[in-house]
Write a protein that binds this ligand. Structure first.
Ligand code: NAD
Length: 491
């Protein structure tokens, strides 16, 4: 933590459509993880600043909810255009603050834009239902209304996509929004806010309060915040879900993961290797949909592991801005240290290091190379914990049933993938695997904006997931009107 008095640019909060200096005395350095350079300082704002932003948002909500839905949608259409026009700059900011390579950053921008496109369908999405004849002369209609001010709390690993899971749909439905981005990756959200202004969003509908746990607690406790969307780690998600629910709010908390991929004897092995490398080591393994464990059938295990190692040896690590770089840094020094500790733990637990990423260590930034263990078992910490780094475990299995049994022992159940050419195996996997998102012959089964992001078990707390129709339900409340209209007497 640094003093306020410094040459590095200090970020401001975004309240009522303007950038306002935080009243806090505490700022935290924001790093480029590929260079360790301090690129900005983020205020750790106070609870009072959450109160002020929420008050503004509440006032803005009173007007915004009455703006006709198609006019709200039109602002999102403008926003979509602006995001497209600025995609290179948005991607550049993601690479600077998060470290993922330019292609992945551009992919993330595209995913964020999809959410805006989906939310721009608000006039259709907000339609209710009605039944004209529920009894003699009686009808019932179900109307949808916004719920008020929504709070969003987001992680460092998708600075654009994850906030876009939340605020475009929330505001399209007529709510106002207070966002607390990750203090590790706040830069991108500045641009998101500026472009919302440019798109014509009325002041106060979207606000940002930068900070850490004080801001989160401010959001969790404020009586005028009616719903909370959280994405982050399991312990924090559990805390947010409990405290938010105790305060009688709607909460959706998308949390950690330990995603299993199964490779069967009849799989296209080259495809499985290519997709597993991209899934396990893309974004430095810092994805909630990253493959962390491969269960591979005995018949192809030797071949698969050899090919995997060869492909991992060819991964180019470095600054995500540089041509051809695939693997960027992890986010901070402590994440790197934690990763190195896990590699040591894996060795002590008796797993065999097929590829040791420690040898690629590079002091320019927080780099750890692709690491692969085999001979991993479910009593090991490297199998149980979400490592959230480029570390992959491989487990040999005799058949698909055993692979499913291994995966289902995990407390997490976000995504799971299967590589096979057999339809019956696919059906068996679909019917038996504990996972809310499943991929067949692909590595990252992250659903598009119009489907729910539907983790199970400890990967999600709540009822309605982010995205898809769930998000429409989460950001609206319903009013069912039952009415009697006596048939006119024409006699
Ligand atoms: P994190 O839980 O550390 O932080 C998430 C948010 O919570 C941040 O805004 C942070 O400031 C806040 N926070 C952190 N500690 C807090 C505390 N003690 N009290 C109150 N607020 C606190 O997560 P992260 O490291 O930024 O992100 C990585 C995690 O996010 C991984 O576990 C990953 O699996 C998860 N994630 C899940 C999904 C999903 O869809 N399930 C998507 C992306 C990331």
């Amino acid at each position: 933590m640094a003093e306020v008095d410094t040459q590095v640019r200090k970020l401001k909060n975004f309240v009522n459509g303007e950038w306002v200096e935080s009243k806090t005395a505490t700022y935290e350095d924001v790093y480029n993880p590929a260079t360790k350079e301090v690129v900005a300082q983020v205020p750790l704002s106070t609870k009072e600043e959450v109160d002020q932003a929420t008050e503004i948002a509440q006032k803005a909500f009173e007007e915004w909810k009455n703006v006709p839905v198609q006019k709200r949608a039109r602002i999102l259409f403008n926003y979509q255009q602006l995001l497209q026009q600025n995609q290179d700059e948005l991607a550049r900011l993601i690479t600077i603050e998060n470290g993922k390579n330019t292609n992945e950053a551009l992919g993330e921008v595209g995913r964020g834009i999809e959410n805006v496109e989906f939310a721009a369908g608000a006039p259709t999405l907000m339609m209710g239902d009605s039944l004209p004849n529920i009894a003699t002369d009686m009808e019932a209609t179900n109307y949808r209304y916004p719920i008020g001010v929504v709070g969003g709390i987001t992680p460092f690993n998708f600075p654009m996509m994850v906030p876009c899971w939340m605020f475009p749909m929330a505001i399209a439905m007529g709510n106002a929004f207070v966002l607390k981005p990750s203090e590790k990756t706040p830069l991108l959200t500045e641009k998101l806010a500026d472009l919302l202004n440019e798109a014509g969003l009325p002041k106060g509908v979207f606000n940002i309060v930068y900070g850490a746990h004080d801001v989160v607690n401010g959001i969790l406790d404020h009586p005028e915040i009616k719903a909370i969307s959280f994405v982050g780690s399991k312990p924090v998600g559990e805390y947010v879900y409990k405290r938010g629910s105790e305060n009688l709010k709607r909460v959706q908390a998308l949390t950690g993961a330990k995603n299993h991929t199964t490779v069967l004897n009849d799989a296209d092995l080259d495809q499985a290797v290519k997709d597993t490398i991209a899934s396990a080591f893309g974004s430095a393994g810092e994805r909630c949909m990253a493959c962390s464990v491969v269960t591979v059938e005995d018949g192809v295990a030797d071949d698969f592991i050899a090919k995997l190692k060869e492909a991992a040896d060819n991964v180019k690590m470095g600054n995500g801005m540089d041509d051809g770089v695939f693997l960027g840094p992890v986010i901070r020094e402590e994440n790197k240290q934690r990763t190195l500790d896990y590699i040591e733990t894996g060795e002590k637990e008796g797993a065999k290091l097929v590829r040791d990423g420690r040898k690629d260590e590079n002091e320019d930034g927080y780099f750890v190379g692709p690491t692969i263990f085999e001979g991993v078992s479910t009593d090991m910490k490297i199998w149980q914990d979400e490592i959230f780094a480029p570390v992959l475990s491989v487990i040999r299995v005799s058949h698909l049933k055993e692979a499913v049994e291994v995966a289902n022992q995990s407390e997490f159940a976000n995504g799971a993938c299967l590589f096979t050419s057999n339809a019956s195996s696919i059906r068996y996997f679909r019917e038996n695997i504990d996972a809310g998102m499943m991929g067949i012959n692909l590595g990252v089964p992250a659903p598009m904006a119009f489907f729910p992001f539907s983790g199970w078990k400890s990967s999600f707390y709540g009822t309605l997931h982010a995205n898809g129709k769930d998000s429409v339900d989460f950001y609206t409340r319903k009013k069912v009107v039952t009415a009697r209209y006596k048939t006119p007497d024409f006699e």
